[in-house]
Design a protein around this ligand. Structure first.
Ligand code: NAP
Length: 259
């Protein structure tokens, strides 16, 4: 059986939890060696050890906040030292910042835009020189349905995610003739630790979970592995003519005008 990422080297940000963790597990099973970057050093260290043991692939843990451009440059250099190169970059690190626009603090605006948009640019710009030298690279950014539709009460997260889709399209075109593809995935609600934290913050978490499931055409919330399979396809050579586009994974919810 041919593994879909046999021999590939992938760096995944936000790999210590949720969607990033599911992508790391699937990529390791499909034959990739990995660099796993996260702010949560303990989580990513333990996860890298577990993945190496379970999948038998090289897994290098990297500790960084994606907002720290200098640290990101160091981490990417470390990853290239350890793995030889980076063929695939998955930008998954992200934060939910949902505020009332009128009472939004400047620090919250900055954190939202810095992690969800500027941080992705830090990672892409750290990966680009070696990808361009190789004439080969696949980038997948994890955006959101919030990059397409507006859910009241979620400002300024949609601003960052719209920007991330713009970044994806722009860089996809910029480097297409030099062997680099840049795409994004826009998940709907996916049951991850971040989504669990958000549900727990609601006045009636069980009722909100049910309401969210009922809003979805398939009447169920998405799973991290369902995003991971899309990332696998987009990051593989199977998707070699897919560039500068975004793939919605929301069970069809965003196509509904009014329920
Ligand atoms: P998650 O469970 O919180 O996982 C995100 C991981 O990224 C965590 O390990 C987190 O570390 C890390 N991280 C956060 N900020 C970072 C930073 N500045 N630098 C480095 N690492 C950082 O979240 P998730 O739900 O899997 O979300 C992953 C991505 O999918 C995000 O970009 C999110 O916007 C997007 N998304 C999620 C959903 C959903 O419903 N879950 C829907 C659409 C889009 P800490 O735990 O230490 O914070």
């Amino acid at each position: 059986m041919t593994l879909r990422l046999e021999g590939k080297k992938a760096l995944i940000t936000g790999a210590g939890s949720g969607i990033g963790g599911a992508i790391a597990e699937l990529f390791a099973r499909e034959g990739a060696d990995l660099a796993l970057l996260d702010m949560d050093a303990d989580a990513v260290d333990q996860f890298a050890l577990k993945l190496e043991a379970d999948a038998g692939r090289r897994c290098v843990p990297l500790h960084a906040d994606v907002t720290d451009a200098a640290r990101i440059q160091d981490c990417f250099a470390q990853a290239i030292d350890a793995l030889g190169r980076i063929d695939i970059l998955i930008n998954c690190a992200g934060v939910n910042v949902f505020r009332d626009p009128l009472t939004l603090q400047a620090a919250d605006w900055d954190r939202c835009l810095d992690v969800n948009l500027r941080g992705v640019w830090h990672c892409i710009s750290a990966a680009l020189p070696s990808m361009l030298a190789a004439g080969y690279g696949h980038v997948v950014n994890i955006a959101s349905v919030h990059g397409h539709k507006i859910i009241p009460g979620s400002f300024p997260y949609p601003v960052a995610k719209h920007g991330l889709i713009g970044l994806t399209r722009s860089l996809g075109i910029e480097y297409a003739s030099r062997g680099i593809r840049v795409n994004s995935i826009s998940p709907g609600l996916i049951m991850t630790p971040a989504a669990e934290r958000w549900l727990a913050s609601c006045p009636d978490p069980a009722a909100e979970r049910q309401r969210q499931a009922d809003l979805l055409p398939g009447k169920r919330i998405g799973e991290p592995s369902e995003v991971a399979y899309a990332a696998l396809f987009l990051a593989s050579d199977e998707a070699r003519f897919i560039n500068a586009t975004d793939l919605l994974i929301d069970g069809g919810r965003s196509q509904i005008y009014h329920d």
